[in-house]
Design a protein around this ligand. Structure first.
Ligand SMILES: [Zn+2]
Length: 584
């Protein structure tokens, strides 16, 4: 185990989370833990739960949560390192990694490794990666500009080449991985996209596989790389962002690169759709407006909508670009050029219009059930919208959609939320828990073991921040304090939510759900990838009839994917009423 994490564990184990949170919040005993008014949102009822036994806190009002370090980071506005250093002092232990000298040395090592990846790309072994980059439309000068590289195949290239720095340091930097039989290289046979800090220094890597899963692999959380606070491409985009006061926010590395290649130089990457508060604050330093350009079904997902709320709530104006279904910015700009892309950005929808559209797209409004579901869905996000003008617009639009008067909608939206709060139960989104959430909550609360679900699912079946929690649990360990150390901000919020939530979950029912739903998505996703390859091939062969057919098939499959995701999200209780055959 990396030395730093052991230190962090040690620090947490020496301190009382209840004592420290009590300095900021009045806590009163409640059930097995403590309750208090949350300092992170306007909290009339005590919505925050703190558990000494679990070493966690969670606010069921605003959704913030995590371990002791997360609390101190948030309330004192400190970085991970600074918060840990402060707590270390209090605990009377040393926290050596945080020394500035040591950080400089770590940066030096990262720069050297980045350089080695660059050289690999130009070596004979790098041909595969060079071909890939050239095919994707990234010429040689672009490799230089963005520091692209290649990680050699084999398990011990980085480990051997940088042995002089010691395995512990390389592990700490996320360059090596601890396996059962020893440590080995994290990045093997992958095209490498360095992740730079705001000053342009490499602090982490993203690696793209040529085949196999995961397609993209990122560095783990390290002393240099705090995932929840990093924006990909910021050092290249900051100048244009400051000039225009607008950022274009995309998902992936190649989206950022292709937009920059097309002279859209205010593009940055969120590295996934679940934006964090830290990322939003980072963007706020440079811009007033963010144009979100995610692929369409990712943009409409709950994680992405929540991210847009996070952006709005730090005071950013949010617009959402509408790309044709199934296209991402990378593919779009390469196929249609910079001007067409700019047009899409210019006709992007204000957040509230997109919000309404995505509600509409997700529900069948010809049925009463569909309308009810739309209202339920809206309720979850509506509660977080702070602007009353915006609430008014949304109420009106929803009233139109579900054929109710605006007064009824108004009554419907906030009312359902209030009592739940007063009872101090849980955040409304718990209603929307599906199989993933049920499995994680059962295991994190110690009501079931991972092995009970193991035959029916794998961590790759989990989405967003749930996946990193599942990855940890799948290793057979269940040490909450250790888990919190490997998660990013969003992961920590979720894990504390699951671990402390009082919602009753049926173990047998969840096992049934897992059997039924968890395996379906990977098959669809795999077929989609195959289709992409076939589409590319037919494009190269200029077989446009075939190309059309394949695009049609892809669009159908996308719809199936959305349905399957929906099914998985909602879980057994709703699915049992559904007469349709899910495999059809
Ligand atoms: Zn709160």
């Amino acid at each position: 185990m990396p030395g730093q994490r052991a230190d962090v564990q040690e620090i947490k184990s020496r301190l009382s989370i209840v004592d420290i949170i009590s300095r900021y919040v009045t806590l009163t005993p409640s059930g097995a833990g403590y309750k208090g008014k949350c300092p992170f949102h306007k909290d009339d009822t005590p919505s925050m739960t703190v558990s000494e036994e679990k070493g966690l806190w969670h606010c069921f009002g605003c959704g913030e949560g995590g371990d002791l370090i997360a609390f101190v980071m948030k309330i004192e506005r400190l970085s991970f390192i600074d918060a840990t250093r402060r707590l270390a002092e209090e605990a009377g232990v040393s926290f050596d990694v945080a020394e500035d000298g040591a950080r400089d040395e770590l940066r030096e090592i990262m720069a050297e490794v980045a350089n080695a990846f660059v050289l690999n790309l130009r070596s004979p072994a790098g041909k595969k990666a060079r071909d890939y980059l050239l095919n994707r439309g990234y010429p040689e000068d672009c490799w230089m500009t963005y520091g692209l590289g290649y990680a050699l195949p084999g398990w011990e290239n980085v480990k051997r080449a940088f042995a002089k720095y010691g395995e512990a340091t390389l592990l700490k930097l996320g360059l090596l991985v601890q396996g059962d039989k020893g440590v080995y290289d994290r990045f093997r046979d992958r095209t490498i996209f360095p992740i730079l800090d705001v000053s342009g220094r490499p602090i982490a890597f993203g690696g793209r596989a040529f085949e196999g899963q995961p397609k993209y692999l990122n560095s783990s959380q390290t002393p240099l790389f705090d995932k929840g606070r990093v924006i990909y491409g910021l050092s290249w985009a900051r100048e244009r962002m400051s000039q225009t006061r607008i950022a274009v926010l995309v998902e992936g590395y190649t989206d950022v690169l292709s937009l920059h290649q097309a002279d859209i130089r205010n593009a940055v990457g969120s590295m996934g759709t679940a934006l964090t508060q830290g990322q939003a604050e980072m963007l706020k330093r440079f811009v007033d407006e963010v144009v979100i350009a995610y692929d369409q079904d990712a943009a409409g997902s709950a994680a992405s909508l929540r991210g847009m709320q996070v952006l709005r709530n730090v005071g950013l104006n949010v617009r959402v670009a509408r790309l044709p279904l199934g296209e991402d910015p990378d593919g779009f700009v390469r196929a249609h050029g910079s001007e067409a892309m700019q047009e899409i950005f210019e006709s992007s929808l204000p957040f509230h219009e997109f919000f309404i559209e995505s509600l509409k797209a997700r529900h069948d409004l010809s049925t009463v059930r569909g309308k009810e579901q739309l209202l339920e869905d809206a309720r979850e996000f509506y509660a977080d919208i702070r602007s009353s003008a915006l609430r008014e617009v949304i109420e009106r639009a929803i009233a139109d959609l579900v054929d109710l008067s605006i007064e009824s909608v108004r009554r419907e939206l906030p009312r359902k939320r209030k009592p739940r709060h007063e009872e101090g139960e849980s955040r409304p989104s718990a209603e929307h828990w599906g199989v993933e959430e049920h499995v994680l909550a059962l295991v994190l609360r110690g009501e079931a073991t991972w092995s009970a679900f193991e035959p029916y699912l794998s961590p790759s079946d989990f989405t967003g921040a749930n996946r990193s929690i599942a990855e940890y649990l799948s290793k057979g360990s269940m040490e909450l304090s250790e888990l919190m150390g490997v998660l990013d901000e969003e992961g920590a919020r979720r894990a504390s939510f699951y671990a402390l939530s009082p919602i009753r979950i049926n173990v047998e029912g969840t096992i049934e759900d897992a059997k039924r739903w968890m395996g379906r998505l990977p098959a669809i996703e795999k077929r989609l990838q195959e289709l992409d390859r076939e589409i590319e091939r037919s494009g190269q062969e200029e077989d446009w009839t075939r190309w059309d057919e394949l695009q049609k098939a892809k669009s159908d499959l996308r719809k199936a994917l959305i349905q399957a995701k929906d099914a998985k999200r909602k879980g057994i209780h709703e699915q049992q009423d559904n007469q349709e055959n899910p495999e059809g």
